[in-house]
Design a protein around this ligand. Structure first.
Ligand code: 3HC
Length: 326
């Protein structure tokens, strides 16, 4: 029986461990998807929970820098766009927490791990959004980097994650375009608005390059994640791809990327660029960034204030179960 005709119920609980492991390896080798009911190595499950949870936390925390600007957007149109974007990020977080739950993770536990610092979220959201130009730069560069990093994840080997990525990437593309359009508008404005855009680019460029993870030489997870086809490219490959796609966009916008070492290298067919400040990244990931405490405090406050909603929903669910059982 070929793999393709394996019956729908693919949980391999009946086989021996070696046979199960062999079936798992065959699924990966054939570029097929591992599904929730399939047998999988516990390390694969743990890696997927780690990466998907970190991604989900990033989406939820990522709502804060932009959410703080909704009431200060300069027009109704900009306010509506920003509101839609922040709502999208909430939805991305919910998709990804649901994908995590298919691996047996508990959403309450994941939230607890985020709030207590036992699980991470992307370093990028620990930087302050100081002006409205930051809304454009976050859309253009942060969401642009997210799309660059996440389109390959649409082919990730874990089914629910890959499928969540398809819709998330479509919406991130809207996020990137609205940011770039906002900046194009500002760049056709006053000298002060143009200076505001350049200032935001100067502040966000290097932290955005940190979104792709540490250099491959220091990445603890990339080799295994590539072997399991969770990741399709390494951190450095995607960082390079992002730099190469962003340089012409910056030229069209009329801004300068703050890297004196940035130049086209015809021999490589790519842009050379300066070294990221990895010590800064380590500090921010360790919780010592400009906004880490504020972001977690805001997330904890929202969680505490929402306790009554969770309790009411749980009481309702228990009542419904009791009535159904009666
Ligand atoms: N911020 C915080 N932690 C980071 C990080 C960053 N920018 N880059 C790496 N790390 C952490 C990793 O989580 C890992 O820590 P852990 O083992 O304790 O989890 C450690 O640093 C080593 O990094 P590795 O490269 O070995 O880890 P990964 O193989 O997991 O690669 C990654 C890191 C490239 C971020 C990968 O996890 C990934 O692609 N994740 C999915 C995409 C994602 O999470 N993107 C977040 C961007 S924000 C976003 O998408 C929201 C949108 O609206 C903008």
């Amino acid at each position: 029986m070929s793999q393709d005709s394996v019956p729908m119920l693919r949980s391999y609980t009946g086989g021996t461990e070696p046979a199960l492991a062999e079936q798992f390896e065959r699924t990966i080798a054939r570029d097929q998807r591992v599904e929730p009911r399939d047998w999988m190595p516990e390390k694969f499950r743990a890696t997927m929970i780690r990466q998907i949870a970190q991604h989900a936390h990033s989406e939820i925390i990522g709502m804060q820098p932009e959410g703080n600007w909704i009431t200060r957007a300069p027009s109704l149109r900009r306010k509506a766009i920003l509101l839609a974007k922040v709502q999208d990020e909430a939805g991305h977080g919910l998709y990804l927490y649901s994908a995590c739950e298919t691996l047996g993770a508990d959403r309450t536990d994941l939230t607890e791990r985020l709030i207590t610092g036992r699980q991470k979220y992307s370093s990028i959201f620990n930087y302050p959004a100081l002006t409205f130009a930051d809304m454009g730069v976050i859309g253009w560069l942060v969401d642009g980097a997210a799309v660059c990093n996440q389109v390959p994840l649409c082919r990730s080997s874990y089914g629910p994650y890959a499928r969540a990525m398809i819709r998330i990437c479509k919406e991130e593309s809207f996020h990137q375009r609205q940011g770039y359009e906002l900046l194009m508008t500002m760049m056709s404005g006053t000298a002060g608005q143009r200076a505001m855009v350049q200032d935001a680019v100067d502040r966000w460029w290097w932290p955005v390059l940190m979104m792709f993870g540490p250099p491959d030489r220091e990445s603890a997870n990339t080799a295994q994640s590539m072997a399991w086809k969770i990741k399709r490219h390494t951190n450095d490959e995607l960082r390079q791809r992002f730099v190469d796609m962003t340089v012409p966009q910056a030229e069209a916008l009329g801004v300068t990327l703050p890297d004196p070492d940035l130049r086209w290298n015809p021999e490589r067919g790519a842009h050379d660029f300066g070294e990221v400040d990895w010590d800064e990244m380590k500090q921010v990931v360790a919780g010592n960034g400009p906004c880490n405490a504020e972001r977690i405090a805001q997330r904890k406050a929202a969680h505490d204030e929402g306790a009554w909603v969770r309790e009411a929903a749980a009481a309702r669910a228990a009542k419904t179960r009791k009535e159904a059982a009666a």
